[in-house]
Design a binder for this molecule. Structure first.
Ligand code: 13P
Length: 253
């Protein structure tokens, strides 16, 4: 099983001064995670370089919150994977539910972006998750199953791919999935991966995201198929983010 990952998705927050200050606090407070797990920060595009300077030499990796799937050209406002690698990114978050909701990203677009990441050597963190209405209607597995299969269409090697299960109803609501609810869907995703990738599926990290805190993460990370967290709100304060990392060290596999 792959080592755990705790990734902080800062979303549209933090000026340069705020981002640098937060990254410095996280670097200063980071326990020894070498060989145990991975910590990732995903700041806004504008501060990637500044945050990269702060985390250089630490055990923290950098991620972008999105990419565009073309290499270069007349795509005003977009940022290519090569530019993100150049800015210091190792990872890229792909298909976050906020991008699907506000920017109309489709499963096909998520697939293009995931494949482009792999082609240029960025490691995608592919987000999936059902809405409240979909869960209420009892179609969680149907929805998540389609999202996972379409995102991974044509991908044969999963060594650099991470999946993040983020139930939309749990994002920013303070209403996290129970460990049982999350594990049920993580196990379902693992089964899909097993069908597609056989033994290699066991090494694919499946992160949970949605109102993760230092208080609730200990029980989540102890579940068999939960291999880390994609953290929003609680990643914006060093104390709560470092607390989540501590839970991973204590209870993660
Ligand atoms: P919250 O932790 O704020 O619920 O956000 C989760 C998320 O969307 C991480 O990508």
């Amino acid at each position: 099983m792959a080592a755990w990952m705790v990734a902080g998705n800062w979303k549209m927050n933090n000026t340069t001064a705020e981002a640098v200050a937060l990254a410095k606090e996280i670097v200063a407070g980071l326990p020894d995670i070498a060989g145990r797990g991975e910590v990732v920060l995903a700041p806004s595009f504008t501060v990637l370089g500044s945050v990269h300077d702060v985390i250089r030499g630490s055990n923290i990796a950098l991620a972008s919150q999105n990419i565009f799937f073309e290499d270069k050209g007349a795509y005003t406002g977009e940022i290519s994977p090569a530019m993100l690698k150049d800015a210091g990114c190792t990872y890229a978050i792909i298909g976050h539910s906020e991008r699907r909701k506000y920017f109309h990203e489709t499963d096909e677009g998520v697939n293009l972006k995931t494949k482009k990441c792999l082609a240029v050597g960025l490691k995608p963190i592919v987000c999936v998750g059902e809405t409240d209405e979909e869960r209420e209607a009892g179609i969680t597995e149907f929805v998540v199953g389609i999202q996972v299969k379409k995102a991974l269409a044509g991908i044969t090697d999963m060594a650099d791919v991470t999946i993040a299960y983020e139930p939309v109803w749990a994002i920013g609501t303070g209403k996290n999935a129970t460990p049982g609810q999350a594990e049920e869907v993580h196990g379902f995703i693992r089964n899909i991966l097993r069908d597609l990738y056989k033994e290699a599926s066991l090494n694919v990290r499946i992160l949970y995201g949605g109102s993760v805190t230092a208080e609730n993460f200990g029980e989540l990370i102890a579940m068999k198929n939960i291999n880390g967290a994609l953290v929003g709100g609680a990643s914006l304060k060093s104390g709560s983010f470092l607390g989540i990392i501590s839970r991973a060290l204590e209870n993660g596999q």
